[in-house]
Design a protein around this ligand. Structure first.
Ligand code: ARG
Length: 255
């Protein structure tokens, strides 16, 4: 989930800054900028697989039988072709639950990740035992303040172009202002998206993390959507701005 390869020695010599994660100021940085996370600490994070068991995206339990993920993960897919793995930290274990998907709702405004509305809700064939995560609502605008710390989770690549992770990974990234994100991405839409990352890069979500949660103050504030490569300088990750879609999602949670 994090490409530390982008770290330059100049950066390593930099002094600690309050908004940086601890490891950036460490003398010996880890090889991967994220770190292994415990599923018991993040019980609502899940991953999606095809019928062969290949993980291709992440997701979040929003209700016992409902998963919030990215539209680009499941658009055009049949429910029968997607499985949800809950309660499993390592892909190599058999822990947790393999749930079938009975329905896929893709936001009607979705066209591609670059144009927003990158959000979908899956209905499961069963009620999961794991605790759901609260979905940010329109009253949660303060969650999106630039510089605010967020946590992103997933089983995706640990470096740009690299292999997916066997174990759940987490990384902490500050939210980026609309102006800075607009500068990095002409297609940025402040109503539909939010960016997170460090100006110098080094910490980011990556391929395979899509659909997974960006958590701010204990709420689902973002969904891993897109970006330019992974963890590059001045190219933060782009996340679906969940609060914008709260009412649509809420309607699906009741459906
Ligand atoms: N689109 C990617 C996926 O399907 C996620 C890319 C996120 N990129 C980033 N730089 N944060 O897994």
């Amino acid at each position: 989930m994090l490409a530390a390869a982008a770290l330059s020695s100049g950066l390593l010599a930099a002094t600690a800054h309050a908004s940086q994660p601890d490891w950036l100021s460490a003398k010996v940085p880890p090889i991967v900028g994220g770190q292994a996370a415990k599923i018991t600490e993040f019980p609502w994070v899940v991953y999606l697989t095809d019928l062969q068991g290949n993980q291709f995206c992440g997701g979040t339990i929003a209700k016992a039988n409902k998963i919030v993920t990215a539209a680009h993960c499941v658009s055009g897919e049949e429910p029968e072709g997607v499985q949800v793995i809950a309660g499993r930290e390592s892909k190599q274990s058999n822990d947790g639950t393999v749930a079938k998907v009975t329905r896929i709702w893709v936001h009607p405004g979705y066209h591609n990740a670059n144009s927003g509305s990158d959000i979908a809700v899956l209905t499961l064939d069963q009620e999961l035992q794991q605790q759901p995560l609260e979905v940010a609502s329109k009253a949660d605008e303060q969650l999106y303040q630039p510089g605010k710390n967020s946590t992103v989770l997933g089983w995706g690549a640990t470096a740009e172009g690299g292999q997916a992770s066997e174990n759940l990974q987490k990384a902490e990234v500050p939210l980026v202002s609309d102006q800075d994100c607009q500068r990095a991405y002409p297609q940025y839409r402040a109503d539909a998206m939010v960016c997170a990352g460090l100006p110098q890069g080094g910490v980011d979500s990556c391929q395979g993390d899509s659909g997974g949660p960006l958590v701010v103050d204990g709420k689902l504030a973002g969904i891993v959507s897109t970006g330019n490569g992974c963890a590059r300088p001045n190219a933060p990750g782009i996340y679906t701005r969940v609060a914008t879609y709260h009412d649509d999602v809420q309607a699906q949670l009741g459906a």
